[in-house]
Design a protein around this ligand. Structure first.
Ligand SMILES: Cc1cc2nc3c(=O)[nH]c(=O)nc-3n(C[C@H](O)[C@H](O)[C@H](O)COP(=O)(O)OP(=O)(O)OC[C@H]3O[C@@H](n4cnc5c(N)ncnc54)[C@H](O)[C@@H]3O)c2cc1C
Ligand SMILES: *[C@@H]1O[C@H](CO)[C@@H](O)[C@H](O)[C@H]1NC(C)=O
Ligand SMILES: *[C@@H]1O[C@H](CO)[C@@H](O)[C@H](O)[C@H]1NC(C)=O
Ligand SMILES: *[C@@H]1O[C@H](CO)[C@@H](O)[C@H](O)[C@H]1NC(C)=O
Ligand SMILES: *[C@@H]1O[C@H](CO)[C@@H](O)[C@H](O)[C@H]1NC(C)=O
Ligand SMILES: *[C@@H]1O[C@H](CO)[C@@H](O)[C@H](O)[C@H]1NC(C)=O
Ligand SMILES: *[C@@H]1O[C@H](CO)[C@@H](O)[C@H](O)[C@H]1NC(C)=O
Ligand SMILES: *[C@@H]1O[C@H](CO)[C@@H](O)[C@H](O)[C@H]1NC(C)=O
Length: 603
């Protein structure tokens, strides 16, 4: 989530590659021969007897009115010998590879290369196979298509995945040898002045919107703006509500109103058994609870989501930077960063929201001087406020910096007012890049960690930034603490309720370099450990976390895990939906490119 103006693009892009992912492989894939008898306890793969015949796939396609796809890897246009090889198209695909727009529009492509095992990059000379991608895709435009997909996967014991935009940082939106349900084209948007949840006695006062689960942020904000409304939504234009809301969903408005999962009034869900159900506070309450924070592609496939909307606020925006060209002053830089970040809880309580970044050494984002600086940068926002209030909020903090480190730091202060959320967002959406191999790690931080512990351990952020940089998003606080989700609660990690900051740090590596991937994964663990040490009782935001977070069940869901596991076993006894790192995935493991029952057992 990076501001895109005032020369901030690079820092933001940089920080947002802090937003990142990891390798599509289980830590150490166990390799078994393909015809080993132990495969009777695995999901079926092409070329084996139980994989459906061409006739069965054709009948399935007919039931879907021809909406079954068998896509080639998007990078195949660059590879002679591939069916879709097209030297004229290759440069276009290669150029578009760094954009989120390219990957979201393709039925199987994903933002982060390693989730397809770098198996078909749009580069001449690189290997290309379909190995990292699903085999068939249901291009769903209605719940019925999703239902047929779930039923077919269940009946034939085929690994089932769900892709919407393909933005996932932990690699859940694809799998080898799978059938994928592509929810991208579920895009209806319908607004309500008040909402009556199906079969409930109550009417929920206040405006709301029902959206298809493939709806993306830019389209949703744009549809609501003419009504002077907006929602708690994410920073990336093409992030879709399906993965975002099921994972929790933070945004500029969450500091004020709570997480996206807290705004949900009702969902239509296709269960792994293939039932189309409505989940709200009066029916399918367990599913309703789990689908709001329990994670995507685990309890079912949301086809539509109804959530609260809010009057669009006027936004008072400030780009504030504190940086020094003397990047050898590492100690002072991180003492200053720790000081700035330790102020975020009290500034949050005074109504501040926004995104901060810290960097030990980075091309000066404030002017064109071609220098390198180290320091802190924030895109800070107040709602329905004034430049004067913003100034008063920052004055004591900036004064402290200049008296504590006299002459060391330069300060940049660029205020700006926006008449609506959309006006702000149009210039401050996440303008980072896709198409990379990126490993991401993160930690939620509460007031105690940010004030007491952090000021005593200023080097925690230095170790977290690891010579590169990181983010401290002020996207939680009062709004999340005081949120009152319908039905008495939801499955969001309880640590969110006391968090102020969601800190992330990502590591980009060159593709097709297994040694670099291993080293990066180790580094990400070390980075997260630095913040875990100062906030041992918090946890991590599952949608933007280390995919191999140790004890992820506890770190992503805390005390909610037990109930989530019970619900998973009830709604999906056969594990039709399976992903890593997801609730209830303990009974299966990835064996090479297959998914097999741990310890064999019944098929
Ligand atoms: C540029 C960028 C900016 C971001 N900004 C933010 C931000 O501001 N706030 C924030 O909270 N997060 C943010 N994220 C992280 C985002 O929440 C996750 O990447 C999320 O997984 C995206 O969901 P998706 O549906 O777009 O992506 P996908 O990769 O398609 O799906 C993600 C996961 O959800 C599942 N899923 C998708 N749709 C459904 C559905 N209908 N029913 C059930 N499961 C489903 C998928 O199977 C997968 O497990 C950002 C990510 C990127 C790349
Ligand atoms: C499904 O049917 C449609 C329409 O008949 C066809 O165009 C498409 O290629 C078929 N899909 C597959 C995977 O065969
Ligand atoms: C998927 O369905 C949508 C909506 O009908 C259509 O516009 C799109 O072209 C389809 N995609 C593919 C790859 O067939
Ligand atoms: C939205 O706000 C503008 C400016 O205050 C006002 O003129 C307009 O009528 C409002 N539109 C709606 C649909 O309420
Ligand atoms: C930069 O910082 C280092 C470390 O404190 C110091 O030794 C050096 O003199 C500084 N350089 C300048 C130009 O101030
Ligand atoms: C920027 O600085 C680097 C290193 O000092 C130098 O090599 C480069 O030519 C400079 N670029 C510009 C545009 O001045
Ligand atoms: C502060 O850190 C210590 C260990 O480093 C830890 O035991 C303690 O729980 C932390 N306090 C808080 C409030 O997180
Ligand atoms: C990923 O690719 C590498 C190199 O081609 C291969 O050795 C490995 O088996 C692949 N992993 C999976 C899970 O397919």
């Amino acid at each position: 989530m990076l501001p895109s103006r005032s020369g901030l693009v690079c820092v933001l892009q940089f920080a947002s590659s802090a937003h990142c992912a990891a390798a599509g492989l289980a830590p150490t894939p166990v390799l078994l021969p393909r015809h080993d008898s132990s495969y009777s306890s695995c999901k079926v793969v092409p070329g084996t007897p139980r994989w459906p015949s061409p006739q069965e796939w054709a009948r399935f396609n007919e039931s879907l009115a021809g909406r079954l796809l068998q896509p080639s890897p998007p990078g195949a246009v660059c590879h002679p010998g591939q069916a879709t090889y097209d030297p004229a198209k290759c440069p276009t695909v290669r150029a578009a590879w760094s954009t989120y727009e390219f990957h979201q529009a393709d039925p199987i492509s994903m933002d982060w290369n390693q989730w397809a095992n770098d198996s078909c990059l749009p580069q001449e000379g690189a290997p290309c196979s379909g190995q990292g991608y699903p085999v068939f895709v249901v291009n769903a435009t209605e719940a019925r298509h999703v239902q047929l997909g779930a039923q077919f996967a269940k009946k034939h014991n085929i690994r089932l995945v769900v892709k919407s935009s393909g933005h996932d940082f932990v690699g859940r939106s694809s799998a080898p040898n799978s059938l994928s349900i592509w929810t991208h084209h579920l895009k209806d948007i319908k607004t309500h002045d008040s909402f009556h949840p199906s079969r409930c006695k109550v009417t929920i006062e206040g405006s709301a919107v029902t959206v298809g689960a493939g709806t993306q942020m830019w389209d949703l904000y744009s549809a609501l703006d003419p009504l002077n409304q907006t929602v708690v939504g994410g920073g990336g234009k093409t992030v879709s509500v399906g993965g975002y809301v099921t994972g929790a969903g933070h945004g500029l408005l969450s500091s004020w109103y709570g997480l996206a999962a807290d705004q949900v009034l009702e969902m239509e869900v296709v269960t792994p058994n293939g039932d189309i159900v409505i989940a709200n506070e009066c029916q399918n309450q367990d599913l309703f609870w789990a689908m709001r924070g329990g994670g995507g592609s685990t309890f079912g496939v949301a086809t539509s989501i109804t959530m609260k909307t809010f009057p669009t606020p006027k936004l008072e925006h400030l780009v504030v930077g504190i940086a020094t060209p003397n990047i050898s002053e590492t100690r002072a830089i991180f003492d200053m960063v720790a000081y700035m970040v330790s102020n975020l809880p009290s500034m949050g309580d005074q109504g501040l929201s926004g995104y901060s970044f810290f960097f030990p050494a980075y091309p000066n984002p404030f002017d064109n001087s071609n220098t390198t600086v180290g320091g802190f940068l924030m895109s800070a926002v107040l709602k329905d406020s004034s430049p004067e209030v913003m100034r008063q909020l920052w004055a004591p903090v900036l004064a402290h910096v200049s008296t504590t480190w006299p002459g060391l730091f330069q300060t940049y202060y660029v205020p700006r007012s926006y008449p609506s959320f959309l006006a702000w967002y149009s210039e401050n959406f996440d303008s980072s890049q896709a198409g990379l191999d990126v490993y991401m790690g993160s930690r939620l931080l509460d007031r105690a960690a940010l004030t007491g512990n952090l000021t005593r351990n200023a080097d925690a952020f230095a170790r977290f930034a690891d010579g590169l940089g990181g983010t401290a998003y002020l996207v939680s606080g009062k709004g999340v603490r005081n949120a009152r989700p319908r039905g008495g609660g939801n499955a969001v990690l309880p640590a969110w309720r006391k968090a102020y900051v969601h800190a992330t740090s990502g590591l980009e590596i060159p593709p097709l370099d297994p040694a670099a991937a291993l080293a990066a994964r180790k580094k990400v663990k070390e980075r997260v450990a630095a913040l875990k040490a100062i906030a041992p009782d918090m946890g991590a935001y599952m949608n933007e976390a280390n995919f191999e977070e140790p004890n992820f069940q506890h770190e992503f869901w805390g005390s909610n895990y037990k109930r989530l596991l019970r619900i998973k076993r009830t709604v999906d006894p056969d594990d039709v939906l399976w992903c890593q790192p997801c609730v209830g995935n303990e009974r299966w493991q990835q064996v090479g490119d297959r998914l097999c029952r741990v310890g064999g057992g019944k098929q």
